[in-house]
Every structure is written in C-alpha cells, then in structure tokens.
Design a protein. Structure first.
Length: 227
C-alpha cells in the first residue's frame, strides 16, 4: 500500500531558481534520511548535480522557445509513502523509479530518494518540469493526483503489495470535533506577549522581535498596524 501526493514546486520567496532547486534536492538526498545516500537513484541526470542539470534545461528551453514565465512551476515532487513493514528500502526505491518513469512517460529527468528515517518508508521523487528535449513543460492536468495514485496502485499490485481500498461514502467516518481556530488578532496578541517576555529595551527592539516571529510592521501617519 502506498499513498501518493503530487506537489508543484515554485521559486521560494527571496531565492533564485538555482537556490530553490538546490534546497529541494538537498533535502531529498539528505544522507541521514537515505542511509548515507544508499537509496538514491535517477533518470537522465546525475543525482549529485540534478539541480544544475534542471536549471540548464530551463535555459535551453528559453533559447529554443523564446518563452519565459516569472512564476512558473520549476519542478514537481511526488511523495509516495508505504505501509510500515510492507516494503524494503531497495524495493521502495525501485517502485519509486518505475512510478517516475510511468507518470512522466520517460520525458522528464528525475531523482528518487527513499527516506528510511521514519516508521513508514517513503519516496521523494523530484522531476524537472522542463522536458528532456527542452521544447515543452509538464502541465498539471485535471485530476492528476488521482491519476498518480492509480499508477502507484498498479505498481503496488505488480509487486505484491496491498493498495488503499476506497470506502463507500456511508462507511466513512465523519469528523465531529474540529480544532479550535485562532484569529489573526489572537495570533498577534500571542506574538506580542512572547516578544514582551524577552524584555525589549525600547519600541524598536520590540518591533524587531515581532518581525522575527513573522509579523510585518507597517507604520502609518495616524496609527501603527501589523499585517
């Protein structure tokens, strides 16, 4: 049994495409999570330089097509989590590789990093949004998440693993308790209380503490507000 999720990766705020790609691939290939890099594989790229190769393909795409999108998706990540005790890291990595091949139809370079640091073994599959021929990009289509899950289920069955059986609506458990929601004002009050506990020496230092907590300070002529 494997649960899947498709995530579009955008440029992180304040960072370049190169920095964002490096952050994503570095996290996926973390040696502590992949047992020293033992469970990492790749397709049409070197896992050690995948971020640089992805970036190069994007530059070639711009030269070939003349298109450039400021807020485009730079890569996609597939998370594939297996049932605890049902699969070995080696098998999980092979299944992840096959999933990447089938879902992208072999048209996009990708890496597969199998993490073993949790009770459930799971894959991080990162594939380049730019195709190998650098003339087109992967477009997230309607119900792509469902299509991904079906491909993963087929692979699990081929490898003798269980699959998630969808329950009829009547048999699904309905939530009766919901977590209490806090308003922006409550969050701001909590941030101010925490900042005051640090005993700021003046108003400027108080503002500095609040900014560290994620508040945005906007001074006005008549009043002062936080966004």
């Amino acid at each position: 049994m494997a649960a899947t999720r498709l995530i579009a990766l955008h440029i992180n705020k304040g960072k370049t495409i190169a920095q964002t790609l490096a952050d994503r691939t570095d996290y996926a290939e973390n040696e502590k999570k992949t047992e020293g890099g033992r469970y990492i594989s790749s397709y049409e790229c070197d896992a050690r330089t995948a971020d640089e190769e992805f970036l190069l393909s994007k530059r070639q795409y711009e030269q070939i097509t003349g298109r450039r999108h400021e807020h485009d998706v730079i890569a996609y990540q597939i998370r594939q989590s297996f049932k605890p005790g049902e699969v070995t890291p080696e098998e999980a990595n092979r299944i992840g590789y096959e999933l990447g091949m089938r879902f992208t139809k072999g048209r996009h370079a990708f890496i597969v990093a199998t993490h073993t640091d949790r009770a459930h073994i799971h894959n991080h599959i990162i594939f380049n949004s730019t195709a190998l021929d650098c003339t087109r990009k992967f477009r997230n289509f309607f119900l792509s998440g469902l299509a991904l899950q079906r491909v993963s289920d087929r692979l699990c069955l081929e490898h003798g693993l269980s699959v998630i059986e969808p329950r009829p609506y009547r048999e699904r458990k309905k939530r009766t308790e919901y977590p209490k929601r806090t308003s922006n004002r409550d969050d701001l009050r909590a941030a101010i209380d925490a900042a005051l506990q640090r005993k700021p020496k003046d108003f400027e230092e108080l503002i500095s503490f609040l900014k560290e907590a994620g508040c945005e300070y906007k001074p006005g002529r008549m009043d002062t507000s936080f966004l």
